[in-house]
Design a protein around this ligand. Structure first.
Ligand code: SF4
Ligand code: SF4
Length: 384
């Protein structure tokens, strides 16, 4: 006798609530699975069509590939019904995390963030190491108009610290009244959000909001698009009322209002990588290009897959912290950059920069990796 599987109405309702009914309109065309960039490397690594179908049918989905998804959003951008597939992935992750069925690595990261305030090795004291020799206000002690949220990756990584120094230099030239939280700064919770540990996220976000409010800041600017996404789209549900911007938006405004003049040439051809959380999540595509176009001598050559079609570097959704073996998406992306003939790929995201630099070394490529802010700083200072 064939036994019919009963529909789990409770699970359907729970998933609909967790994902705001994101999967309702899916008609199973399979486009999402076809375009998922991880399937370019290894066929059928991730099956977003099946994930969405499982949500529609109220089926438990605990396949390990749930955790490979970088939440890049390319599938959503290509879906004929714009189904918010990453929301469905996060919904299932939340259910798995509630049952502690998450990868051990993420369990460890959550504990690190809980105990040390960061998922990166380093103590809160080292958060200010990059400021050596710079005069930057401590926003935990003095009022500031603009709070620069530096973020964990940039605070603790020597290469990425250069980005923070460039941005601080530009803000000083523009006479912006800004400061940092220094050793009081804590993780923005991007990983916590993407792992689906919502109770902890609420606690972390509430504590961060309290710190932000005490600074008196009227604006928060971030270096990472992941933090910008958290403060713009996620923190408001926990009470954040201070407007947050990615630094690209702030810099664009400084140039538009002629508070800085990028008039010294930086010769060369560059290609622009659109980080997923800056592009598909925050729709910031034109500003980086306008900033770069304002620098004399720079020429932009676009990659075949640019803007909303850009291929992910492979780091979002918490994947940055997983051990990845074999071919990587960042290898694929730097090869696309090389094909343009440009000598530099510009990526305004710390995770993308780390990944691309690793790929350039692994593949022994002659390609520079820069953040937009570094080229602006170069133009302002006139350094070669
Ligand atoms: S592309 Fe959209 S409609 Fe097609 S299977 Fe995927 S989620 Fe469903
Ligand atoms: S969000 Fe990106 S990685 Fe995840 S299923 Fe969609 S295309 Fe694949």
């Amino acid at each position: 006798m064939i036994k019919a599987k009963l529909v789990d109405v409770e699970l359907i309702e729970r998933l609909a609530q967790l994902t705001s009914g994101a999967g309702d309109y899916c008609y199973q065309c399979g486009t999402c699975t076809g375009v998922c960039p991880f399937n370019l490397l290894n066929p059928e690594t991730i099956n977003p069509r099946k994930i969405v179908r499982s949500a529609q049918l109220g089926l438990i989905y605990e396949d390990g590939n749930l955790w490979y998804c970088s939440t890049c959003g390319l599938c959503e951008a290509k879906c004929p019904w714009s189904v918010k597939i990453p929301e469905v992935v996060r919904g299932y992750r939340q259910l798995a995390t509630e049952k502690r069925k998450l990868p051990q690595k993420f369990e460890e990261l959550l504990w690190m963030i809980y105990e040390d305030g960061t998922a990166f090795p380093g103590s809160s004291v080292e958060r200010t190491a990059w400021t050596e020799g710079l005069k930057i206000k401590d926003a935990s002690k003095q009022k500031v108009q603009v709070l620069l949220y530096v973020g964990c990756a940039v605070s603790f990584d020597k290469r990425l610290q250069k980005i923070a120094r460039s941005l601080a230099n530009i803000l000083s030239i523009a006479e912006v009244d800004f400061g940092i939280l220094g050793k009081e700064e804590r993780c923005c919770g991007d990983v916590v959000y993407n792992v689906g540990e919502d109770a902890f996220l609420e606690e972390l976000a509430s504590q961060n909001i309290e710190r932000f409010n005490k600074t008196g800041a009227e604006t928060i600017i971030t270096i990472s698009p992941h933090s910008a996404h958290m403060f713009k789209k996620v923190y408001p549900r926990y009470g954040l009322r201070i407007p947050a911007l990615h630094y690209i938006e702030f810099l664009h405004d400084l140039i538009e209002k002629e508070r800085i003049k990028v008039d010294k040439p930086v010769e060369g051809e560059v290609t622009v990588h659109d980080p997923c959380y800056l592009g598909r999540y925050l729709k910031i595509y034109e500003e980086p290009r306008k900033i770069l176009s304002s620098i004399p001598g720079l020429e932009i050559i676009e990659m075949d897959e640019a803007k909303e079609n850009a291929v992910c570097c492979g780091s979002g959704g918490g994947r940055h912290f997983l051990d990845i073996h074999g071919d990587r998406l960042s290898h694929y992306r730097v090869m696309q950059a090389v094909q343009t003939g440009a000598k530099t790929v510009v990526a305004p995201c710390p995770f993308c920069i780390q990944n691309f630099e690793d790929s350039v070394k692994t593949k022994k490529l002659s390609l520079n990796i820069k953040d937009v802010v570094e080229l602006v700083d170069q133009s302002l200072s006139g350094s070669a």
